[in-house]
Design a protein around this ligand. Structure first.
Ligand code: AMP
Ligand code: MG
Ligand code: MG
Length: 317
């Protein structure tokens, strides 16, 4: 190995550092579109599956910048691909966030090359809530996977502090599996209660049965997979339980990377690891179950009732 290769930053870490800056630009675009007031709402599969001009533009910005800086990546975005050139001022020239290099890249990730990386992009998670003005539920998610596993993740909250206008607006948090996190202060949830977060706009009978069986002291029904995992990371909830199909790989990749960087877990409802290779089914068809660091994941898996598990059987099983 040459001297420059020995000192060079691993590809996973470079893509993560660039994604922090790119997510910041996407967040500006989202805020600009909402300020301008014309959301251009389109129904995808129905009234609870929406897309706005902010989703479309943020994805174009993210994909164009990633492809420009890292032409060998596989990029999978939630919205339809759109190869039209982006406006010049959407191009991010500022490189990588320098904090990305301060995380220690674990040995298992250092040898991964750009062409082995799959990036899962949810340009705007929590679209339904975005259109309803619940702005703190919105995140921009960039998940960086390798070998089928989430290796690093970036979560931008474009409206962090939006109810406190004198404070800095928006923030980006990120993490590297086995290498730590940055951009926020992790907190543990209270030891003397059980707080479960779940969907606000995609509930079903199975979703409710699973929640009831867990006998939570409190249920936080909020929008967005990114937002719900943030609640786990900041000690506001113990578990995120969604016993239904509907959530996709771009919803879970970045949150899972950051959660696991801190020792938390994110699996399907059966406790089985999700896979993030380029050929996987996009849908998390067997649900999502995530627990905060220090919370016993297996307890939640074991308390999901049999009828719920049967209703979310893996196709091969
Ligand atoms: P939620 O917890 O309902 O905010 O969902 C988390 C993510 O999964 C969001 O990106 C949703 O759009 C997506 N999602 C969950 N359930 C469905 C569904 N039934 N149809 C479409 N998208 C869904
Ligand atoms: Mg989403
Ligand atoms: Mg989305």
């Amino acid at each position: 190995m040459s001297g420059s290769e020995m000192t060079s930053v691993p590809a996973v870490q470079r893509v993560m550092g660039a994604s922090v800056r790119i997510a910041d630009r996407a967040a500006e675009i989202i805020r600009g579109i909402l300020r301008a007031g014309d959301l251009g709402i389109v129904q995808k599969t129905g009234i609870n599956d929406l897309q706005t001009e902010a989703d479309r533009s943020a994805q174009r910005c993210i994909v164009a910048n990633l492809a420009r800086q890292f032409p060998r990546l596989t990029i999978i975005g939630e919205e339809e691909p759109d190869d039209r050139p982006v406006p010049d001022d959407w191009i991010v020239e500022s490189g990588a966030d320098p904090r990305a290099e301060t995380l220690q890249c674990p040995e298992g990730l250092t040898g991964i090359t750009e062409d082995q990386i799959v990036v899962w992009v949810d340009p705007l998670d929590g679209t339904k809530e975005f259109t309803q003005g619940l702005l703190d539920h919105v995140t921009v998610l960039i998940g960086i996977a390798a070998g089928g596993e989430p290796a690093a993740g970036v979560i931008n909250q474009p409206y962090f502090n939006y109810q406190h206008p004198s404070e800095p607006q928006g923030r980006t948090i990120f993490g590297l599996r086995g290498g730590g996190v940055a951009g926020f202060e992790p907190r543990a949830p209270p030891a003397d209660s059980r707080i479960v977060t779940t969907t606000r706009s995609h509930s079903t009978g199975l979703v409710q049965s699973a929640l009831q069986a867990l006998q939570p002291d409190q249920v936080l029904a909020v929008g967005g997979a990114g937002h719900k995992v943030m609640l786990l990371l900041e000690g506001r909830a113990h578990a995120y339980v969604f016993a239904s199909p509907g959530c996709k790989k771009w919803d879970t990749c970045a949150p899972e990377a950051i959660l696991t960087a801190l020792g938390g877990r994110l699996t399907d409802i059966h406790g089985v690891q999700l896979r993030y290779g380029a050929d996987v089914q996009h849908m998390n068809a067997t649900g999502v179950l995530a627990t905060a660091p220090g919370v016993e994941h297996d307890w939640y898996v074991q308390h999901i009732p049999a009828d719920v598990r049967d209703g979310l059987k893996p196709k091969s099983g």
